[in-house]
Design a protein around this ligand. Structure first.
Ligand SMILES: [Zn+2]
Length: 456
């Protein structure tokens, strides 16, 4: 494969040595970035590289998503049968748990295709998924892994273990996580060692996990050397359940069960108190903020800045909303200001730091058990992953390293993304997807989702 030199663009590197280079260029060699600098100099230095003209737009790292549910693709436009759900538990019972029980392996495959096509189109290059299909558990993570491989993105997968469907489904969920994790060190070793696929041990949430199930998963995850991916205090009901049944708050219960730690992801953390925030920090657990989902479910506002101040690594996810992380960033930027009646909270640079540097730390934590040299993501630097996006954004106002986060919140959006590269390979060029046939993917998903809605 020849080197690729992307030039004639404004390079925004992000990362530790954050630079904004006008008329800059990025040299891609194999799966990594080999040089960054002035475009004209790179052209002289690397005359044999295949030249790609960024058209004067932006060249920046691919977006990252630290918590999603691919199967959420099938809920787009779906009416919830019966009375509108009044609260979070009713949303789960009437919508999500009815939907996921009906998913077949074919549905799982089709929804993963929709989400990964969506990810590529929006420049999202690395995602962490959390899957549930209680009546088609076995092999579900393989089905998703094959779509990930075809799409060409990076992904960390997990199956959501839960007590809600009885002992047979608990056992199947545990087996699926453990089988898939082992496969990353055997049949799928190459893909895993290349940093393209990873796994964490999936758990639904404290309120659907008995002490016995938690204990089995904790011991399985520890033996396999992986962290856990679990919803934590998304709604007040999760805290109330834990306090009433176990006499401990949710984070304390999970810590006592050995679920927390530097490789674990605690999604949401909307209702954690200051003591729990302290435990998340002390165990170096990762939290993931999903503002669109939290607003949609009306569950509350996560104390994101309190967690950050306490030293918790808080990343950004979409919890099954669209793979447009720019939308998620805008939602994060806006919701805290409104909720706290304070325009000073959650400035754009903090949002950008969560979406890139902090999400990258989560990716490093979940991929490194399977990949001895996981490349840096979320930043462009020599040796980092060649995971980048090109945007047709010609700033209407001055742009600098300092104000770039505000350009991202107020100026840049999905329509600007024209090309997406992962591990040195173009997955989209000039808005045309190269690894997935979007028309076919959507037609098939529309058919399968329609039939699933009828079964509901
Ligand atoms: Zn979720």
């Amino acid at each position: 494969m020849p080197d690729i030199l992307i030039g004639n663009g404004t390079v925004v590197t992000l990362g530790a040595g954050n630079q904004l280079i006008e008329q800059g260029g990025v040299l891609v060699r194999g799966e990594r970035i080999a040089a960054i600098g002035a475009g004209s100099e790179l052209r002289q230095q690397y005359p044999d590289a295949q030249y790609v003209d960024a058209g004067g737009g932006l060249i920046m790292p691919g977006f990252l998503c630290a918590h999603t549910h691919f199967y959420g693709a099938f809920a787009r436009g779906m009416a919830t049968p019966g009375e509108p759900p009044r609260n979070f538990l009713e949303i789960l019972e009437r919508l999500w748990w009815r939907l996921d029980r009906l998913l077949t392996l074919e549905d799982t495959l089709a929804s993963a295709e929709v989400f990964l096509a969506d990810a590529i189109r929006h420049g999202t290059t690395c995602v962490v998924d959390h899957h549930a299909s209680p009546n088609a558990v076995e092999g579900s993570l393989d089905v998703i892994a094959e779509v990930v491989e075809q799409a060409g993105t990076r992904a960390c997968l997990a199956y959501e273990v839960s007590d809600r469907d009885g002992p047979a489904v608990i056992n199947a969920g545990i087996r699926e996580n453990e089988r898939f994790i082992r496969s990353l060190r055997s049949q799928r070793r190459q893909q895993a060692e290349a940093g393209m696929i990873a796994a964490s041990y999936g758990l639904h949430a404290s309120f659907t996990l008995s002490p016995a199930t938690l204990e089995r998963c904790a011991s399985g995850g520890a033996d396999l050397g992986v962290g856990f991916h679990v919803h934590v205090a998304e709604d007040a009901s999760d805290e109330n359940d834990s306090i009433t049944r176990y006499g401990a708050r949710t984070v304390d219960r999970l810590e006592a069960a050995s679920i927390l730690g530097p490789r674990s992801i605690a999604a949401h953390c909307v209702h954690v108190d200051s003591g729990e925030i302290g435990r998340l920090a002390a165990t170096r657990s990762n939290s993931v903020h999903n503002p669109r989902s939290n607003m949609n479910n009306a569950v509350g506002r996560a104390p994101v800045e309190d967690m950050l101040r306490a030293g918790v690594n808080v990343g950004l996810g979409n919890d099954g909303f669209s793979m447009n992380m720019m939308q998620e960033m805008k939602a994060a930027y806006l919701m805290h200001k409104l909720a706290l009646s304070d325009p000073r909270v959650m400035p754009a640079d903090i949002v950008l730091d969560m979406a890139f540097r902090r999400n990258a730390r989560i990716m490093e934590a979940v991929f490194s058990p399977f990949c001895s040299d996981f490349p840096r993501v979320g930043a462009l630097s020599v040796g980092a992953a060649a995971d980048l996006v090109l945007l047709d954004y010609w700033p209407p106002t001055p742009i600098s390293v300092g104000n770039f986060p505000w350009h991202l919140i107020f100026g840049i959006d999905a329509q600007h993304v024209n090309s997406t590269m992962v591990a040195g390979r173009w997955l989209m060029r000039n808005r045309r997807l190269l690894t997935l046939d979007e028309e076919r993917v959507h037609a098939r998903a529309r058919e399968l989702a329609g039939s699933l809605w009828k079964r509901m």
